[in-house]
Design a binder for this molecule. Structure first.
Ligand code: ATP
Ligand code: MG
Length: 304
């Protein structure tokens, strides 16, 4: 990955819009003192959000706006950096990445706007996006004049730290440290979860016993109602057989009653006939008796 182009608009000593093309094997910018060489570096620091305004040799950010001769737009400055992404240092399907930052002044106040590939974003988001390609304020993407002297003068241990940082080892060390800390937290959580699992297992076996008891109760209840139904059915059968027998008995008794009534009727008929005969015999006897008595008395007299 390399910087393809820097475009400065109204930034520091560049009053007009200036494009600075930078080739892959680009080495240096030369020019007289005060011609704006370092301002190009400041433009990079500004657009990529790599340093404070002081490091860009300005009291405040508005001081970065061109205020030289014939300044037309004293409230606005913009820097756009185009980066080559053919090697996909940025995990994006795009050969060029465009990072842009502008500053606007309104009265006493001023604000910055950030763009990544033409899309507006916050400074935090831009930092995150650039960090994916290793562009961070902490890394030595831009080595300032003072940095070189500082690196030469520092102790071997401090230098080692910087080399680690540049090589990316420090980042891995940091990540490793974080991962180890996270591992501790996770191990502690696992311990807590184990205790919970044990408790839950206890509850589970208790609940299982209760469930078994409840299921057996339910099965017994069902069996009971089945047996009760059988019992009722048997009783019903018994009662209907009994009812049938009673019906039969009643029919037989009715039949018997009928024949007895008929017999009684016959007897009554017989009696009334006998009564009539008796009456006729009695009257016959009475008549005959008188005649016979006279005859008998007559005969007795004869015999005498
Ligand atoms: P040297 O060779 O001494 O390092 P240089 O080429 O790096 O010089 P710079 O420091 O980039 O030069 O540029 C300094 C010039 O930029 C100064 O002349 C300064 O007046 C000018 N300058 C800085 N800020 C602004 C601004 N806001 N508006 C206009 N000009 C500015
Ligand atoms: Mg300089």
């Amino acid at each position: 990955m390399y910087i393809k182009e820097v475009e400065l608009k109204n930034f520091k000593s560049f009053g007009k819009s200036v494009r600075v093309p930078l080739k892959n094997d680009f080495l240096t910018v030369t020019g007289p003192n005060g011609s704006g060489k370092s301002n190009i570096v400041d433009a990079l620091l500004f657009a990529l959000c790599l340093s404070s305004s002081r490091a860009m040799r300005a009291e405040r950010l508005p001081d970065l706006i061109y205020r030289g001769e014939g300044a037309k737009n004293p409230d606005f400055a913009q820097v756009t950096v185009r980066l080559d992404n053919a090697g996909r240092s940025f995990p994006l399907d795009s050969d060029t990445i465009e990072v842009s930052r502008s500053i606007k002044v309104k009265g006493d106040k001023y604000s910055s706007s950030y763009y990544f590939n033409g899309k507006s974003c916050s400074q935090g988001e831009l930092h995150e996006l650039l960090a994916k390609a290793g562009i961070t304020p902490e890394s030595y993407n831009i080595v300032m004049q003072g940095d070189v002297t500082r690196i030469i003068e520092m102790s071997a241990l401090e230098r080692r730290k910087i080399i680690d940082e540049i090589a990316g080892v420090a980042e891995f060390d940091e990540k490793k440290k974080k991962a180890m800390e996270e591992l501790d937290v996770v191990a502690e959580r696992i311990g807590r979860v184990d205790v919970i699992i044990e408790e839950v297992a206890d509850q589970l076996s208790h609940l299982k016993a209760e469930r078994d008891r409840s299921l057996s109760y339910q099965a017994h209840r069902e069996e009971l109602s089945r047996q009760q139904a059988f019992l009722l059915l048997a009783k019903l059968k018994e009662a209907s057989t009994e009812l049938e027998a009673l019906h039969e008995e009643m029919a037989a008794l009715e039949e018997k009653g009928k024949s007895l009534q008929q017999k009684a009727e016959e007897k009554r008929q017989h009696f009334s006939e006998q009564d009539a005969r008796l009456a006729s015999i009695s009257s016959e006897i009475t008549h005959k008796g008188e005649d016979e008595e006279i005859e008998v008395k007559h005969r007795i007299e004869e015999i005498k």
